[in-house]
Design a protein around this ligand. Structure first.
Ligand SMILES: Cc1cc2nc3c(=O)[nH]c(=O)nc-3n(C[C@H](O)[C@H](O)[C@H](O)COP(=O)(O)O)c2cc1C
Length: 376
């Protein structure tokens, strides 16, 4: 095996000690008020040997929440909670970006302010796409924190043109809050069927104003958000996550290669620090043709990250072929807090328990053993 995975890399002002990224993973363990907890700080600290940690999606405002118990970054208490997380990661020698999230239509009225409809570029339902909610929010009297119920997302209403500008400002405010909370940078969640993705893809954006119709118009929301956030935190501290071929959460585009190459071109012009391609969301892992990856590499001159079903040998191959600079290992990081060491030693990996991914307690969260525990 090559040593590509353990070569350092510059990302803006940061030096990453290896090419291993912990990609964003929702774990739904925030406290009341969507506030990050001490247990979350411990979870991230345990994984600080990653070259870069990207936090779970954190909603930029109340309307941006689509699942029970996900953390936010729009109140003083939430920022204070995140400050404990970033301090713990930094104490352990790590680096952490915040993933800024607005779910758009993938929400439920019980999570929305005053029980309103979720918002989206267009009033289109993604049939069969589910979110999970706290059953108690619908009047159930039993159940414990973390015991989510899966439901079809609620029908959305289309955003008025003026509201889109407000959302751009909410993203910028969240980026500023992320710096206040001690994050090293922010990642915009433009993937997996959420709000930015809903604007980008032709299937979910049927608008007739300046944010819809032509490709130029569908790209406008991403461009405005990326520009506003880069103005606040500096372009080198901004990453953008895109999922050109993932459709499981209801977003489809008629011509994904041209749409996402155009997105990469505009992000290159803005000089953002990295582009993070999500190749898989769970088992939805469409094969990205090599020519598409090569074209992205040609167009986008910053740092590239790929995530989705990577193991050591696929990661080595992608780095050697030059498609990417960093590789995300999602589910392996849930189950292996010391994943970089295990990959370096070629040690065996713990297996995660998917039943404990979302919500709940310390079990299946901060109790996965380190290699030293196993070796005794
Ligand atoms: C429990 C869980 C939660 C996730 N939450 C997010 C999220 O908040 N934001 C995001 O962009 N991707 C999310 N993802 C997708 C991962 O970042 C990653 O792309 C995916 O797990 C594929 O990588 P893997 O095969 O290495 O696990 C999540 C994945 C899992 C397993």
């Amino acid at each position: 095996m090559s040593d590509h995975l353990f070569a350092p890399l510059r990302l803006g002002e940061l030096t990453l000690p290896n090419r291993i990224v912990m990609p964003p993973m929702t774990r739904a363990r925030a406290a009341d008020g969507e506030v990050p907890t001490d247990m979350m700080a411990q979870y991230y600290q345990q994984r600080a040997s990653a070259g870069l940690i990207i936090s779970e999606g954190t909603q930029i405002n109340r309307q941006g929440q689509g699942y029970a118990w996900t953390p936010g970054i729009y109140t003083a208490e939430q920022i204070e909670g995140w400050r404990k997380v970033t301090a713990a990661v930094h104490r352990a020698g790590g680096r952490i970006f915040a993933q800024l999230w607005h779910v758009g239509r993938l929400s439920h009225f019980s999570l929305q302010p005053s029980g309103q409809a979720p918002v989206a570029p267009s009033a289109l339902v993604a049939d069969g796409v589910q979110v999970f909610i706290d059953p108690q929010s619908l009047g159930a009297t039993h159940g414990t924190h973390g015991d989510g119920q899966k439901v079809q997302h609620s029908p959305p209403r289309a955003l008025a043109t003026a509201e889109v500008g407000i959302l751009v400002r909410d993203f910028a405010a969240a980026a500023e809050s992320a710096l206040t909370a001690g994050f090293d940078g922010v990642e915009l969640h433009g993937a997996n069927g959420y709000l930015i993705n809903q604007f980008l893809d032709s299937g979910s954006n049927h608008r007739t104003d300046i944010y819809g119709g032509s490709l130029r118009n569908r790209l406008r929301f991403l461009e405005e958000v990326a520009h506003a956030v880069a103005t606040v935190v500096g372009p080198e501290r901004v990453g953008v996550r895109l999922s050109p071929l993932i459709t499981a959460q209801g977003t489809t585009d008629a011509t994904p290669e041209s749409t996402y190459l155009a997105a990469a071109r505009l992000l290159d012009k803005l000089g953002i620090g990295y582009l993070h391609i999500a190749e898989a969301d769970w088992d939805d892992a469409p094969l990205m043709p090599a020519t598409f990856k090569e074209a992205l590499r040609q167009i986008y001159s910053g740092v590239m990250i790929y995530s989705g079903h990577y193991d050591r040998s696929r990661a080595d191959e992608a780095l050697a072929l030059g498609w990417t600079d960093l590789v995300g290992f999602g589910r392996p990081f849930i189950a292996n807090p010391d994943l970089p060491r295990r990959l370096q030693l070629g040690a065996s990996l713990n297996t995660g328990n998917p039943a404990l991914y979302f919500g709940g307690s310390a079990q299946g969260y901060i109790d996965y053993p380190y290699l030293d525990d196993v070796l005794g």
